[in-house]
Design a protein around this ligand. Structure first.
Ligand SMILES: Nc1ncnc2c1ncn2[C@@H]1O[C@H](COP(=O)(O)OP(=O)(O)O)[C@@H](O)[C@H]1O
Ligand SMILES: [Mg+2]
Length: 243
């Protein structure tokens, strides 16, 4: 069997404090194999975004284990997790999260510059070209359409050559036609880079294109569903379903 690239075992997470404490993740276990595309779906407030934050080491868990690319993310310090994320995980958000006073090129170069890469701008330019934005390098986010801003965010996420791409509602702020273009780009990129793609989406057309769908409800994983299976690895599966 292929070693999973992402493995969660019995993860619990509580957010907030005092009267506003919320038990968000209630014993989540799952395994994702390298190169798989996984769509995480479920009602609003069920814990999907929180699950992505846990996979990225951006949210500390109360108990359980989180293993990503062979490393125990839950035992790392915040600095160690940040460095690990920088090398291994690209993240794309619904609202793009670009820095308004930086050009497309500067935005795409940020993670590489933070990592001290001397070729940051060269690599960022190459990634922007790959997402079809070679003519928008010196534009600021406010001068770009939503679809173009999301392309910058994807270029930025891919610039450090991560193994894993995580996306939270990547088409949520886009019209249907633009959303389709971004979806095509994500799957094309996944194939070309051999990425593991984990995305949260309300868009059933998007999740149906994934090798696997994971349903989250009230902080638990509901079922694992194989989708059309055309590129699904034979061993694609849900390992654990919560009671
Ligand atoms: N910082 C926080 N403090 C308290 N509760 C939170 C916090 N962040 C998220 N939550 C709660 O956790 C639950 C899951 O949130 P989230 O992961 O964003 O859901 P989804 O992405 O599925 O809509 C929600 O009930 C939300 O209100
Ligand atoms: Mg969310």
């Amino acid at each position: 069997m292929t070693e999973p690239v992402i493995a969660l075992d019995n993860v619990h997470l509580t957010l907030g404090s005092g009267a506003s404490t919320v038990h968000v993740l209630k014993g989540m276990s799952l395994e994702i194999e390298p190169g798989q595309s996984v769509g995480i779906v479920g009602p609003s407030g069920s814990g999907k975004s929180t699950l992505l934050m846990v996979l990225a080491g951006l949210e500390r868990i109360d108990s359980g284990t989180v293993s990503v690319a062979g490393a125990a993310l839950n035992t790392m310090s915040e600095d160690q997790a940040a460095a690990f994320r920088g090398r291994n995980i690209g993240i794309v958000f619904q609202s793009f999260h670009l820095i308004p006073n930086m050009t497309a090129l500067e935005n795409a170069a940020v993670p590489l510059e933070l990592a001290g890469n001397p070729d940051a701008f060269e690599i960022a330019a190459r990634e922007l070209k790959a997402v079809g934005l070679e003519h928008r390098m010196t534009h600021y986010p406010g001068e770009l359409s939503g679809g173009e801003q999301q392309r910058v965010a994807i270029a930025r996420a891919l610039a450090p050559s991560p193994k894993i791409l995580i996306a939270d509602e990547p088409t949520g702020n886009l019209d249907t036609a633009t959303g389709k273009q971004i979806t095509d780009l994500l799957f094309q990129t996944q194939r070309e880079h051999g990425l593991t793609l984990v995305l949260v989406t309300h868009d059933s057309a998007l999740s149906a294109r994934c090798d696997r769908e994971i349903r989250v409800r009230s902080g638990r994983i509901e079922t694992g569903i194989e989708t059309d299976g055309t590129d699904a690895p034979a061993a694609a599966r849900i390992v654990a379903v919560n009671p």
